[in-house]
Write a protein that binds this ligand. Structure first.
Ligand code: HEM
Length: 452
């Protein structure tokens, strides 16, 4: 009897606590919405229609948002409890990307917890900045030459496999490329030779894909914002299972590498590994500096995996599609390749800066198909843009997909014209009219790495 009474009391207290949290959340969001009520954009009813469209027809919802952005360069809408402010002019995007009042990711990025917590991807403040500073040189600069050896090796295997396919069947380039990218990523990040091209094993890439898909699904489904509801849903369960897979796999590698490093000492460890991976470099550093514990290494390595997979695979596939559709561009790329490396040579670090036309082609593909069509940020203090105030607590959506196709900044914006990225044409363009890697202090740390 007493036990039943106690259980009843606990249930009531939990209920009150949950209701209080929901109430506080709505009051906070309501105040933000009120602060932004003078901004132009969708009315409350049109915003409700927008959410209804999201749950029924994503394309319709997207079109409604685009229509609004075309009408108002700074336009607001409500996504459930969130005040969203869409911005598409390069000069306004520049203000947001550079301001100290908009360096935080929106709270929806916390939906990646417990997979990653306060790290490169969803962190904020001094700790995140310190991690960025530590990791950036490891994915760029002189270490690139180590990774290029791996890229050449894996690409050779990929081309061999592809040349058999191209002679016999129709195939999906995105699917075929996954294996090569998985192997490149494994060796570059973990220093472990990948087996995907040999065995077809894509356990880790698929887990990354699952967490990204379920994360985006939750972001656009306000009814799944409460964690206890999300955990009960199908996507919530898939997210949890993929999180377990990634945590188990990567934690084991971190522990093994750290033990090996401690057992051998730096000198010998380096002698064994003349081409250290990103994880090797990170462990070498943190063993001495204690800048991160194992859990933090785990979170940052997962963030790098996000960067590698979906983005690179997507942009590679779109580039191939563009080359297939534009034979003149394909011929020019071939000529440039033959001139610089010949028919069968590997690409060297010194060659990379010489692929001027290839750079233009990739940039033009990134312009038409930005990996991040919308770049979101939380406004952490009232931010003035022109005559508008973006209130503290609102979420800014930087609409790269619209900026990249604005007729004010691009002639014939829907056409694929790589030459528009020539040095002369790029010089006269607003620097924030093209933001595939975002900009400011929170821009993509893998941008240089990726283009290479
Ligand atoms: C085509 C390739 C890629 C594109 C287009 C791309 C684009 C982006 C964009 C737009 C962001 C959001 C930045 C913001 O919120 O302002 C981002 C963040 C990030 N990217 Fe990439 N990325 C690519 C490849 C990579 C690679 C290869 C890596 C890792 C080596 C990487 C690592 C990251 C990380 C860690 C972040 C979070 C940075 C932060 O929030 O401070 N990305 N990327």
């Amino acid at each position: 009897m007493i036990l039943q009474f106690l259980a009843g009391c606990i249930a009531v207290l939990c209920g009150i606590y949950i209701l209080k949290r929901i109430y506080e959340f709505w009051i906070r969001q309501w105040n933000i919405i009120k602060a932004g009520q003078n901004l132009p954009g969708l009315s409350t009813i049109a915003s409700a229609k927008f959410i209804w469209k999201i749950s029924n027809n994503m394309e319709d919802a997207f079109n409604l948002m685009i229509e609004m952005c075309e009408k108002y360069p700074i336009g607001s809408l409500r996504l459930g409890p969130l005040l969203i402010i869409c911005v598409s002019n390069p000069q306004d995007i520049e203000i947001i990307m550079k301001s100290t009042k908009s360096q935080k990711k929106p709270f929806t990025h916390d939906f990646m917890e417990p997979l990653v917590v306060n790290n490169l991807f969803n962190g904020y403040g001094p700790k995140m900045r310190a991690h960025r500073k530590l990791i950036m040189p490891m994915i760029n600069g002189q270490h690139l030459k180590n990774y290029i050896v791996t890229f050449n090796k894996e690409v050779r295997r990929y081309i061999d496999a592809l040349s058999v396919k191209t002679e016999s069947e129709v195939f999906d380039i995105y699917n075929e490329t996954q294996y090569c990218l998985a192997d490149m990523t494994f060796e570059t990040i973990f220093g472990i030779p990948g087996v995907a091209q040999n065995t077809g094993d894509l356990t880790v890439p698929h887990a990354v894909e699952t967490v990204l898909e379920t994360f985006f699904h939750r972001m656009i489904s306000p009814w799944l914002y409460p964690t206890f509801l999300y955990n009960l849903s199908e996507p919530g369960r898939e997210f949890k299972s993929a999180t377990t897979t990634l945590h188990k796999f990567i934690s084991k590698i971190i522990k093994e590498k750290k033990s090996l490093y401690m057992a051998l000492g730096r000198g010998e460890s380096r002698a064994e590994k003349p081409k250290p991976s990103i994880l090797d470099l990170l462990i070498e550093n943190v063993v001495v500096t204690h800048a991160m514990d194992n859990q933090e290494i785990l979170y940052d390595i997962i963030s790098l995996l996000f960067g590698f997979y979906d983005t690179v695979l997507g942009i590679f596939s779109f580039t191939i599609l563009m080359l297939a559709m534009h034979h003149d561009v394909q011929n020019k790329i071939r000529e440039e390749l033959l001139l610089i490396i010949g028919a069968f040579d590997d690409v060297m670090l010194d060659n990379i800066g010489s692929f001027k036309y290839m750079d233009m082609v990739i940039n033009e593909t990134l312009r038409l198909f930005p990996v991040a069509p919308i770049i979101p940020r939380e406004i952490t203090d009232d931010l003035q843009i022109d005559k508008h105030i973006l209130p503290k607590g609102s979420t800014a959506f930087m609409m790269a997909m619209l900026t990249h196709k604005s007729e004010t900044h691009w002639d014939e914006p829907n056409k694929f014209i790589p030459e528009r990225f020539s040095l002369e044409d790029s010089k006269v363009r607003h620097p924030f009219a093209f933001v595939p890697f975002s900009g400011g202090t929170r821009s993509c740390p893998g941008g240089k790495f990726d283009l290479n």
